[in-house]
Design a protein around this ligand. Structure first.
Ligand SMILES: [Zn+2]
Length: 86
């Protein structure tokens, strides 16, 4: 099947109207670089993240305590302010 508007090939499971695409779960989501508070490092890729986690023997499953969580949020807010993003 071909779209009448943009002539794109529409396969089963594709969104039938322009712009086409697959449901969100199947879409490619690019890695967004971020600063990891726990590791204290700027993370620019998944590989870098895994490497940094391994190097510091960190575990994703370590949950934040409520105190750590609010400290984390304060830090995030302060950094956003410093960067002029809010
Ligand atoms: Zn189309």
């Amino acid at each position: 099947m071909t779209c009448r508007k943009c002539k794109a090939e529409i396969r089963i499971g594709d969104y039938p109207f322009c712009p086409h695409g697959r449901p969100v779960t199947e879409e490619y989501r690019p890695f967004k670089p971020f600063y990891d508070e726990g590791l204290g490092a700027q993370i620019n890729s998944l590989a870098e993240w895994n490497r940094e986690m391994k190097r510091k023997n960190a575990d994703l499953r370590d949950p934040f305590t409520p105190g750590q969580m609010s400290a984390y949020k304060d830090k995030q807010r302060d950094r956003r302010k410093a960067e002029g993003r809010c």
